[in-house]
Write a protein that binds this ligand. Structure first.
Ligand code: MOS
Length: 699
């Protein structure tokens, strides 16, 4: 242990990742890399039919292939229970109840698992497995005006409305009425989903890559009707999640096979399989109607969003929700609808709702500013609500205007000529754009255990998940401050369901939720140590549980905010759009580790470039499956696409959080695509209402 560098105030100072050296030297092992004796390998077989029934699975010939141990399908797999409510308070997507019947609800549905001695043998046998289907007509047509669309609540009410929208629109001097679309998008974390399951001394031990070990443990325990104490899920290092790493087919398949074979079984998803099995962001069709006075003051605001879900589970991409926190109007209506199609179930992905919703709403605001001939920032400042537009609740803090002021100053916004198509750099047309960002700030109940060790160091145990954000490092700084010690004296252990219930790395709530539990436990531990009874060889351990404290939080409109700025260059000859620079200024609570926080925000803004210009999953209506389901066919921003991006923040500590944290997981992407689209409009004079802004759409 190195000498302490500071005794107080680690939070707010830059720290390299505590596991960074392990990661860059390869010492950090990811889920599919951890060795086990007697390891067998499972390979999933996915449906080629787009809808129908499995008539038969010809397992016989495959069982004779080299190394093949078993073939699991609906005729041979153990039964599971999918009638439960999981840790997050929602029933499971029945897609994880693998091999329970012969129904095929979409192309890419898992129909079998081939298990063999080696991964190569399993793959070869899986590819040779013949499955006969009774196909039925399928429908994947996600089109505006579907009459079978219906409102879905999800985690928020489907519809909010106040005032007489038609009347206020009719009397508005300026009206914007536009439709915006966003495509199907996929998480594509660098590390594919992977799990190894085994029975170890009567306990199920699953080594996995996920966004919450207790979450996955809880789901597996309920699916397989196991005693909670007999299930352990570990997930030490995670190479990205973005919402996709919960309980999925691979863990369930691995548990089934390891139970049957009484051997450790590993199941890894291929990149291509991830397009069917890992969830994705639904495409959206959104309509925004704004009515305003000549000075831009909103009189009417309507935001409607249509997304899709599968026939087996109701998931809604709540894109219209963003308007509920952002802008008020005398008449205000928001509505989230879904249509059920023969496709895999979508899921949360990178600011679910806010990311596509802000593209539509913040593009519409830009259109309104142009029609009113006022500056887009001035328009937003003019429409700042005093309280939550729908909730009527006070904001815990709302520093959006301060973000715009700081951002405008640093970006050089004051010099901008608002007229489109005025700036050129050789063959490039130049433009700048801006947009607002917001994301809910919340916390979930968590438990933590803190141990004062006899050698003067401390050990923190919490079932947190570091999905690449630097959570482990942030929690080290939090614990050091709460314990009034140096980070070097604190060891943070995460990613193990045996550490007890904890919030997932999701909803931008992970670090705040875990920090809260650690802070409470540290306070109690310091009191125990102050009592002066010394530290026995096994140390002194204190446990915390924040369920009651979080439940007692006053009702407020709690959000992080931000201002996004982008400069683009558009090649009028080829239609290519290049982002030249971006700036994001955020009011997102106290920043724990400026080094990794900046990385998280710049990463979010980079995904915004990706969303604006590249990402688009294309489904073939005939086969029901994807065209180009890989990183060659599905473009994400690569290093060469990412120019100078700067992210910074203003002082905005959360008034009701013990550490002042709000959460920065997702806000970086919110508004980023709109800022780029608004910049393209400024450069070219052409408004793009459909993402991505591909060259063929620019020309
Ligand atoms: Mo995030 S989409 O809540 O993992």
């Amino acid at each position: 242990m190195t000498a302490p560098t500071a005794l107080r105030g680690a939070v707010g100072t830059a720290h390299a990742r505590v596991e960074g050296r392990d990661k860059v030297t390869g010492a950090a092992r990811y889920a599919a890399e951890i060795p086990f004796a007697e390891l067998a390998h499972g390979w999933l077989v996915l449906s080629t039919a787009a809808r129908g029934r499995i008539r038969s699975v010809e397992a016989g010939p495959v069982l004779d292939m080299p190394g093949v141990l078993t073939v699991l399908h609906h005729g041979t797999a153990p039964r599971v229970d999918s009638e439960y409510i999981g840790m997050l308070g929602v029933p499971p997507d029945p897609s994880v109840a693998l091999f329970q019947n012969d129904r095929v609800p979409h192309a890419g549905w898992p129909v079998a698992l081939v298990v063999a001695e080696t991964s190569e043998q399993a793959r070869e046998a899986a590819e040779a497995l013949v499955v006969h289907y009774e196909e039925e007509p399928h429908d994947i047509g996600f089109d505006a005006g579907r009459t079978d669309a219906y409102p879905v609540d999800g985690h928020m009410p489907a519809v909010t409305e106040k005032g007489d929208l038609a009347a206020r629109l009719a009397e508005s001097a300026v009206v914007v009425d536009a439709e915006y679309t966003t495509p199907e998008e996929h998480h594509n974390p660098m590390e594919p989903h992977a799990a190894t399951a085994r029975w170890d001394g009567g306990r199920l031990d699953v080594v996995d890559s996920n966004q919450g070990s207790t979450w996955v443990a809880d789901e597996l325990c309920k699916l397989f009707s196991l005693d909670p104490a007999s299930v352990r899920v570990r997930s030490e290092h995670v190479g990205g999640g973005f919402g996709s790493k919960g309980v999925r087919a691979h863990q369930v398949a691995a548990v089934m096979a390891s139970t049957l074979l009484q051997r450790p079984v590993r199941v890894v998803l291929t990149r291509r399989q991830m397009f069917s099995l890992a969830g994705y962001r639904s495409p959206t069709i959104q309509r925004v109607r704004l009515g305003a006075d000549p000075d831009g003051r909103l009189r009417a605001l309507e935001h409607e969003s249509l997304s899709l879900t599968s026939t087996v589970y109701e998931f809604v991409e709540p894109s219209a929700g963003v308007a509920r926190a952002m802008y008020d109007a005398d008449a205000h209506r928001t509505a989230n609808q879904v249509v059920r199609l023969d496709v895999p179930t979508p899921t949360w992905m990178r600011a679910p709702g806010e990311a596509p919703g802000s593209f539509a709403l913040e593009s519409a605001l830009d259109e309104l500013a142009e029609k009113c001939r006022i500056d887009p920032i001035a328009l937003r400042v003019r429409n700042e609500p005093g309280t939550g537009p729908v909730s009527g609740l006070p904001f815990s803090s709302r520093n959006l205007v301060a973000c715009f002021e700081e951002g405008a100053r640093r970006f050089g916004w004051a010099d901008r000529d608002p007229r489109p198509g005025m700036r050129r750099d050789g063959r490039w047309l130049l433009g700048t754009g801006t947009a607002a960002a917001s994301f809910p700030a919340g916390a979930g109940p968590s438990t933590a255990a803190l141990t004062a060790e006899a050698d003067g160091s401390f050990t923190v145990r919490i079932a947190a998940s570091d999905i690449g954000t630097g959570a482990r490092t942030a929690l080290t700084l939090i614990a050091a401050d709460a314990l009034e010690t140096a980070p070097e004296r604190v060891r943070v252990r995460i990613g193990d369901s045996d550490f007890g219930p904890a919030m997932i790395a999701g909803g931008s709530m992970g670090t705040r939720s875990w920090a809260w539990a650690i802070t409470v436990a540290a306070g109690e531990l310091r009191e125990r140590l102050a009592a002066g009874n010394g530290i026995p060889p096994e140390g002194v351990t204190v446990r915390s549980d924040t369920t009651a404290a979080i439940g007692a939080l006053a009702q407020k409109e709690r959000h992080s905010f931000g201002a996004q700025f982008a400069e683009v260059a558009v090649d009028a000859g080829t239609g290519e759009v290049r982002v030249r620079r971006m700036l994001g200024i955020f009011a997102a609570g106290r920043i724990v580790n400026p080094l990794t926080a900046r990385g998280q925000l710049v990463g979010g803004m980079t995904w915004g470039i990706s969303m604006a210009l590249h990402e688009e999953a294309v489904r073939d209506r005939v086969s029901g499956g994807h065209v180009g389901a890989d990183l060659a066919g599905y473009h994400v921003a690569s290093h060469a696409d990412v120019p100078h991006i700067e992210a910074d923040w203003i002082d905005d500590p959360d008034p009701d959080d013990p550490v002042g944290i709000k959460g920065i997981g997702e806000i970086g992407i919110v508004g980023a695509a709109a800022a780029i689209a608004n910049a393209v409009r400024h450069a070219t004079g052409v408004r793009h209402r459909s993402l991505p802004i591909r060259p063929d759409r620019v020309l």
